[in-house]
Write a protein that binds this ligand. Sequence first.
Ligand SMILES: *Cc1c(COP(=O)(O)O)cnc(C)c1O
Length: 396
Amino acid sequence: MPGFEFFGEEERKHVSDVLDVGVLFRYGFDGQRNGNWKVKEFESKLCEITDSKHALLTSSGTTALSAAIAACGIGAEDEVIVPPFTFVATIEGVLAAGAVPIFAEIDNTLCLDPSKLENFVTERTKAVIVVHMCGAMAHIQEIREFCDKRGIILIEDACQAFGGTYHGKYLGTFGNIGCYSFDAVKLVTCGEGGGIVTNSQDLYLRADAYHDHGHDHIGNDRGLEKHEFIGHNFRASELNAAIGLAQLGKLHEMVAIQRKNKQAIYDGISEIQGIEMRNIPDEEGDSATFVSFMLPNEDTARKAAAELKTAGVDGAFFWYDNNWHYIRKWDHIKKLNSMARLPHRLYPNLPDYENISLPQSDSIMSRTISMQIKLGWSAEDLEIRINQMKEVLSNL
Ligand SMILES: *Cc1c(COP(=O)(O)O)cnc(C)c1O
């Protein structure tokens, strides 16, 4: 997955451009910057790639989510439906807005189950944040339809799925607003960075102002800008954008390599008895940062992960035992009501996350293993890996 495997002259060239003129700020310094607008250039390229009307580069995927949530007018006591399998940043974004995360079930796409959403809706439900986990998509069409019918805002956390598509349309462009991460370990990296895409001018202008202290960015005199609300500093720097710009140019090549590597592993293991491959609604649109599969039960899955490791096959994740990505091990969320929770004091009566019950999600996550796909594997590396995986998975 990581784009840092693919650094080269292009990144150096864009970074040198920035250092040569000495302007790291994304706004102003028109004369000094000698035509270098790396953040703006990144944003127009992001629009072009995703076929979106507006794009904003921010300092991280987390701040992209926060700005998107703020732009949608989500705030104190609103409920936002989220999946229990994600990176905790999704949940932090909701809490930082003073809103309440409501965890709903996932299905075997490893993303929110559209057929179960109804069970989690109340009169306070303001939005759904769908997370396209591990490079591939949710049943996004069904989720879009569900939200449309109910008048609920749809936000896409496509932080792990930049480059993925559903029937040719980019993940992140199905919701009212979509977010990407360009952090140090994502497919396209800026070092740190995040992106917002939307076709709504209104949402774009609000996110744009919110990410820079509420400044409206109208006119050429920064000191005379107006403010309709306060915001934060979630700005991206020219240096981060410079790296990202070079990386964007390599997106299609990187995705193509991942798809080829993933296909080889898929072909190697999918016929093994007891292995069920992850359900991907449009297999061709998978950005292929991971290949994920389910074992028959929790014990076998845990054993498979351990034996892959012993056999020297790195990059296999058993999410159920992982502290970062599944609710079962999120001590900071589970104890949210009892632990010091600076700065999230806005809303005192959060649900009892400690005793939350999501049997369908548990049943899926306790059987799922994901293998990270690398760009740098040689044909030989890949062959050895597939043989080792076959050996382990056929003899559990
Ligand atoms: C990486 C990630 C984020 C946060 O992105 P950062 O750029 O690291 O802040 C949010 N959601 C998901 C699903 C992620 O994987």
